[in-house]
Design a protein around this ligand. Structure first.
Ligand code: GLP
Length: 248
């Protein structure tokens, strides 16, 4: 487990984009596991700049973590729309190589099974993650049991409230989402977990404590052999010195 602490999310985003460049340069057919939320936006900005500077992503496949149930791909708050807005429309990526669950699938069980096949076919070379305030990864919410497979999840009140900014009203946030399960996340060759801001400092410190807990899904990353936590100083604030004082 590596921890890198930067002054700003923008600096952190450049660092993570450089990791992605290394992966894609090493293998042009790489699979990037991608995340949504405000956290990865500086990474996407930096990645777009790298592509504009010559990084070739023509053969890259992308596999996203999750999608809201009930939102069509062209809904401005859907994760598909988010990805178009922040990344896909800015880079020459093959639309057939983009994978995101369909939140409006008529048969959600069948959609979960279809997505598990996608996850099995395209294990990520690099998985980008953010962390929810309650420790969720993707939409794997805290629970007595954690699902290994793609599944439909009922979002917790805390998640709905946190994510309601984009919707303007908590009542407009979908109550359910489809999310990749933990097996899909953990099968990635390399994982980068990003977290920024004071409000994430407590959950980051808890997740890095060393215990694996189902009520803190991000703690499962202790079981993976290649995880880098990329933080800004505010998110790293509550880390014990021996963890937080790593070089930036
Ligand atoms: C959503 C996503 C997560 C993301 C989390 C944090 O719930 N499903 O993948 O990590 O939000 O969001 P933010 O980065 O906006 O804090």
């Amino acid at each position: 487990m590596k921890i890198r602490v930067f002054d700003t999310p923008d600096e952190a985003g450049v660092y993570v984009a450089a990791i992605a460049e290394q992966v894609v340069s090493g293998c042009p057919q790489s699979v990037l596991g991608l995340a949504t939320g405000s956290t990865p936006i500086p990474f996407y900005r930096a990645l777009v700049r790298l592509v504009q500077c010559g990084l070739n992503v023509h053969e890259v496949t992308t596999v996203n973590l999750d999608e809201y149930v009930g939102l069509p791909p062209d809904h401005p708050q859907s994760y598909r729309y988010f990805m178009e807005h922040h990344l896909f429309r800015h880079i020459p990526i093959d639309v057939d190589k983009i994978h995101i669950p369909y939140g409006t699938a008529a048969d959600l069980d069948a959609e979960c099974a279809r997505y598990d096949q996608v996850v099995a076919d395209y294990p990520a070379d690099l998985q980008i993650l953010g962390i929810g305030l309650n420790g969720h990864i993707g939409f794997n919410e805290p629970s007595a049991f954690l699902d290994t497979k793609t599944h439909v999840v009922e979002l917790t009140k805390k998640t709905i409230l946190h994510n309601s900014d984009a919707f303007g009203d908590p009542a407009l946030v979908p109550t359910h989402a489809i999310t990749m399960g933990l097996q899909g996340i953990l099968q990635a060759r390399q994982i980068v977990m990003m977290a920024f801001g004071e409000e994430k400092s407590q959950v980051v410190a808890q997740a890095l404590q060393g215990e694996v807990r189902t009520d803190l899904p991000a703690s499962i990353l202790h079981l993976h052999h290649d995880v880098t936590w990329v933080l800004d100083r505010a998110a790293a604030r509550m880390l014990p010195l021996h963890l937080g004082d790593t070089e930036a």
